[in-house]
Design a protein around this ligand. Structure first.
Ligand SMILES: Cc1cc2nc3c(=O)[nH]c(=O)nc-3n(C[C@H](O)[C@H](O)[C@H](O)COP(=O)(O)O)c2cc1C
Length: 197
């Protein structure tokens, strides 16, 4: 399975890390692109140093999974994910900032993440957006509705507590598991409702 993972500058870096690790564990080939703000949030939330250089942040994020993960620059339109002619099974933006929501809803494309998401919509392929913002303005809500109408799945970074969550990692796993479900990737990160412990 080939998946594009865009990381933008909304809070929720642990979701991006959890999703990347789960995709790699599932044997997926992952194309990874992080915006400048996305890198800043990764550096802040995962590594406790907002000033960590981009290359170092992405090296740490990918870890030992280098053979399955290809990292792209934000302006690299030679990437396969920039074209509908490339075979790609699914696209995820996690976390997804409201800036990226607004750009996508306007049909604009200022970087490879926007371009890949736009390709997903025009080709009618699976696109999962994981926004994190609160509260939402009517501009945010209209943008999200527009993208949903165009075919995107809006999967808010809104973990549930009904599965017996005890740790922050349990809450991260909840969101990651819902993403994997949308991609059709089998997972047992979270006990499903109605299943016995
Ligand atoms: C530490 C940090 C946390 C942020 N959290 C959010 C957030 O939760 N949601 C959001 O929409 N924007 C958030 N922002 C603002 C975006 O990063 C900013 O709008 C940026 O321009 C988004 O650009 P991008 O979509 O290209 O990544 C945050 C920024 C920083 C530095």
């Amino acid at each position: 399975m080939r998946v594009f993972l865009g990381v933008t500058g909304a809070s929720g870096a642990p979701y991006a890390k959890g999703l990347l690790d789960a995709l790699v564990a599932a044997g997926a080939e992952v194309g990874l692109c992080a915006s400048a703000a996305g890198v800043e949030v990764l550096a802040t939330e995962l590594y406790g140093d907002a000033a960590l250089p981009r290359d170092e942040v992405l090296r740490r994020l990918v870890g030992a999974a280098g053979d399955q993960v290809t990292v792209y620059e934000t302006a690299d339109y030679t990437a396969p994910y920039a074209s509908g002619s490339a075979r790609v099974d699914a696209y995820v933006i996690c976390p997804c900032s409201m800036s990226t929501v607004g750009t996508l809803a306007a049909g604009a494309m200022a970087n490879l993440i926007h371009r890949a998401a736009s390709v997903a919509l025009k080709e009618r392929r699976r696109l999962v957006l994981v926004p994190r913002e609160t509260p939402l303005s009517s501009i945010h809500l209209r943008g999200l509705a527009t993208l949903n109408e165009a075919g995107a799945v809006i999967l808010f970074a809104a973990p549930g507590f009904y599965h017996g969550a005890e740790t922050v990692q349990d809450l991260v796993d909840f969101v990651v598991a819902r993403c994997l479900d949308q991609l059709g990737i089998d997972n047992a990160l979270v006990r499903r409702w109605g299943e016995r412990a």
